[in-house]
Design a protein around this ligand. Structure first.
Ligand SMILES: CC(C)(COP(=O)(O)OP(=O)(O)OC[C@H]1O[C@@H](n2cnc3c(N)ncnc32)[C@H](O)[C@@H]1O)[C@@H](O)C(=O)NCCC(=O)NCCS
Ligand SMILES: Nc1ncnc2c1ncn2[C@@H]1O[C@H](COP(=O)(O)OP(=O)(O)OP(=O)(O)O)[C@@H](O)[C@H]1O
Length: 200
């Protein structure tokens, strides 16, 4: 199953609840960090393309510096994506393959902000969208991290618009209410996914 939603929509919150039911949740943002770890060829390619300002003194990627460069310039963002997306997909495929041995639930989840945009939805049978009004998304994303409102708006502009994302959904998790109500909705969906996965 694929779990998606824009920045700050509540994917991680929903994923935590699915995990509590024994589901293996593979996180695309985590895979994206792995493929640019020090020593990986992608990090060297990024340093060559963007210059030494995107590498920190300890040799790791300066994520804030790169974030600014790529969300200010769609051409640079596309360059980064053509480099990293195939590697991220490989990392995801490996992690998904490990699911049956490591987790009790009969299905696994790919959590990805760009599930639909990047074509990763080919890797899953169903798409679940965590949905809320864009103003709430902006407010929650800015309360959580150090990005400015302007930066979050730019990131949102690089992602599918709400209506287009929802149009691709098999299931929608409305996260405009409390965390408790999100958890209750996840519990209902989990029961449905168990049933679908165990049907012959
Ligand atoms: C630009 C980078 C270095 C910024 O790192 P940073 O630690 O600040 O952010 P992080 O990776 O945690 O992403 C935060 C959120 O930004 C959004 N986001 C990240 N990359 C993209 C992108 N290419 N397009 C649209 N939104 C994106 C997502 O909602 C994500 O959850 C990093 O996001 C990156 O390498 N992006 C390219 C790889 C990618 O597309 N990752 C998304 C998962 S497939
Ligand atoms: N129903 C809710 N009520 C109040 N706050 C919430 C709710 N759901 C999530 N949040 C908070 O909103 C913020 C964004 O949620 P979360 O980190 O789960 O989103 P995300 O979709 O994983 O974001 P990203 O793509 O940026 O990683 C977090 O600080 C989280 O604690």
């Amino acid at each position: 199953m694929g779990l998606t939603g824009g920045i700050g929509s509540g994917k991680s919150a929903a994923a935590a609840r699915f995990r509590s039911h024994g589901v293996n949740v593979v996180d695309a943002d985590r895979a994206a960090r792995v493929v640019v770890e020090p020593g990986r060829p992608a990090l060297a390619a990024i340093a060559e393309h963007f210059g030494p300002t995107v590498i920190q003194a300890d040799g790791s990627l300066d994520r804030a510096a790169l974030r600014k460069l790529v969300f200010d310039d769609p051409t640079e963002r596309r360059w980064l994506e053509q480099l990293t997306h195939p590697l991220i997909r490989e990392e995801i495929v490996t992690s998904l393959a490990a699911s049956p041995k490591t987790h009790p639930a009969p299905y696994s989840i790919l959590e990805s902000p760009l599930l639909i945009e990047s074509g990763q939805s080919e890797l899953v049978q169903r798409v679940c969208v965590v949905d809320l009004p864009e103003a709430m998304q902006l407010a929650r994303a800015s309360a959580r991290d150090s990005n400015t409102l302007e930066q979050i708006r730019k990131i949102m502009a690089a992602q599918l618009a709400r209506a287009a994302r929802c149009a691709k959904a098999d299931d929608i998790l409305d996260n405009s209410g409390s965390l408790e109500s999100l958890n209750a909705k996840v519990d209902v969906l989990h029961a449905k996914y168990v049933q679908l996965a165990t049907q012959t």
